[in-house]
Write a protein that binds this ligand. Structure first.
Ligand code: TEU
Length: 550
């Protein structure tokens, strides 16, 4: 059935651009990106053709976890500026027709949040049940849950002789969503941001907010300390849907806004219910593709298998009528280093363009991550001292031998989150034009040649390719709302899919390899809409060549 773009809500028709503010643009020379810096770059975003910004947390925070440890939901972190700066940024985006979606972390707060400060004062505090406090068992944690960042998900609080739950760091206590008073406090805060004109939220680990009330032991594989990632106890629990439906009614209903959920642990069975009827989430990030090169866990790096990629893509394009499409974010390494080819500049540029089409021309809303449009690469961190991310720093603490430490170090170089958090590469000036001060994290040395200024002037740059790709995606109904069909072609070397919208048809052929691949006869007559090699040969695709055909 032909769909017209006019029928779709704005968040299905635009491309989102994720900004990690600490690394985007510094305006005051303190080496830290800030809101005024983003304001300086709005025309760059407009020229790229994006229609919405996902802004990572800018709320007051002690910055234990890059701002995902909020100390005050209604104050701007001093590093990033003031609420007046935020208001100026919101106005600057809106006047350019760009929407603003804020990151929101309501699974946990910082342990410095006033609610937790009050909660830990006494067992009779009115805020005690804003968090999950439990007695220990025989002097040990209340259960065997592991944390994402530390061995156990529990920390003991001596003054009140109880343990509190933190699925992430000790400084990120989990909120107790069973408590209606907590939920009302969250809804009130959300509504005040929406009243300011914010266009929606990206809901951090939203699938974890409902825990099994029994907080029972997990039954998975214990880590070396005997703790278990007990996602069957705290992910996608039944109460989650009630909380999301209540949030929809109390916050989003009747407003022209959207919410996209980070679907940690969501799979093809549990995801549909979250986005089925517009009464819970509008969009969902699922991580099957982001987990594709992890064996036992993300640090057990295994080769990227295209056949698995194709199976995952086919599954999710079938599972959800409307997906989110993303190659990376602030938690993931740079896609061209991870899935593309960086053995030389020609192939780095060509493979970055291929990956862009392979992902963003599928059916769904695309989310670009800052620097993806430049083909930015992973960072060759010189030593552990250059790392900033708590996830990597806590991981290194688990090494017991030099060999183990070296193996973890190599895994961090490939998969560590700091790869995505090196400063945005604007030009060839010192620190890539990101700051006139000392950057909070090292700038990638390849910023001397890989940067927005050079790419803006180069018609064959990754940046100008993204500009064309975004135009195709947002102006052609076949790419915006057409159906998706994976072609049985290419084996472990090539990926191809067709999009159809009534009589409109288009297809994308990707040679995801370093060897040539025959172009199927059946499609050789089609005209080229977009490609990444200067003179495509009729009968074969060059290594890392993509062809967008109609
Ligand atoms: O990430 C959720 C999460 O599961 C991360 O641990 C992610 O899977 C992992 O880092 C992949 O390497 C969200 C935020 O995106 C992340 O930045 C925060 O650290 C985390 O929640 C806690 O708020």
């Amino acid at each position: 059935m032909t769909q017209t773009m006019q029928q779709l809500p704005w968040w299905k028709k635009c491309v989102f651009y994720q900004i990690y503010p600490r690394s985007f643009q510094d305006s005051d020379g303190d080496g830290i990106g800030d809101l005024r810096g983003i304001l300086q770059r709005l025309d760059y975003l407009k020229a790229l053709g994006i229609g919405a910004v996902w802004l990572c947390p800018v709320y007051d925070s002690p910055n234990t976890d890059g701002g995902y440890d909020i100390r005050d939901y209604e104050k701007i972190m001093a590093d990033f500026g003031t609420m007046a700066d935020f208001d100026a940024l919101l106005a600057g985006l809106h006047v350019r027709g760009i929407r603003l979606v804020m990151d929101l972390v309501v699974n946990h707060t910082s342990d410095e949040h006033a609610w937790f400060v009050e909660s830990r004062k006494s067992r009779s505090s009115p805020y005690r049940d804003y968090y999950l406090w439990r007695d220990g068992k025989a002097g040990k944690e209340p259960n065997n849950w592991a944390s994402f960042f530390t061995p156990s998900a529990w920390s003991y609080d001596a003054p009140t002789k109880q343990w509190y739950l933190h699925l992430f760091s000790q400084k990120q206590p989990d909120l107790n969503w069973e408590n209606p008073a907590l939920r009302e406090s969250v809804y009130g805060m959300i509504n005040r941001w929406l009243d300011k004109g914010v266009d929606g939220f990206r809901m951090d680990v939203i699938t974890l907010i409902a825990k099994n009330p029994a907080l029972a032991d997990g039954c998975g594989r214990p880590n070396e300390n005997g703790y278990v990632m007990a996602d069957e106890q705290f992910a996608l629990q039944p109460a989650l849907h009630a909380y999301l439906r209540e949030m929809r009614q109390k916050c989003f209903a009747g407003r022209d806004c959207m919410c996209v959920g980070e679907g940690t642990f969501a799979n093809e069975k549990t995801a549909p219910a979250l986005v089925r009827d517009g009464q819970e989430l509008d969009l969902l990030f699922q991580f099957d593709l982001m987990d594709i090169d992890g064996g036992r866990d993300k640090w057990d790096v295994v080769p990227f298998d295209l056949r698995r990629w194709k199976a995952i893509v086919a599954k999710w394009q079938k599972t959800l009528d409307w997906n989110t499409l993303f190659l990376s974010n602030h938690d993931q390494p740079r896609p061209v280093s991870r899935f593309g080819c960086t053995e030389n500049e020609t192939l780095r540029i060509r493979s970055a363009k291929l990956l862009a089409c392979m992902m963003h021309l599928m059916r769904g809303t695309s989310f670009l991550y800052q620097g993806e449009e430049l083909g930015m690469t992973n960072m060759p961190f010189a030593a552990e001292g250059a790392l900033r991310d708590i996830e990597s720093l806590e991981l290194l603490k688990t090494a017991h031998t030099p060999a183990q430490r070296e193996a973890l170090w190599q895994a961090i170089l490939k998969k560590g989150r700091d790869n995505a958090r090196t400063p945005m590469q604007w030009n060839a000036e010192p620190n890539a034009g990101f700051t006139t001060g000392t950057p909070w994290i090292d700038v990638n040395p390849n910023s001397r040649t890989i940067h927005a200024a050079a790419e803006s002037e180069d018609p064959d740059s990754v940046l100008n390719f993204y500009r064309k790709l975004i135009k195709l995606k947002t102006e052609m109904p076949v790419f915006c709302c057409g159906t998706f069909r994976l072609l049985d072609w290419g084996g472990g070397q090539g990926l191809a899919f067709c999009r159809e919208n009534g009589t409109d048809k288009a297809c994308v052929f990707c040679n995801v390899s370093s060897a040539p691949l025959p172009m199927p006869e059946l499609y050789r007559h089609l005209s080229l809409l977009l490609g990444n090699v200067p003179d495509p040969q009729k009968d074969r695709l060059l290594p890392w060549e993509v062809r967008v055909l109609q």
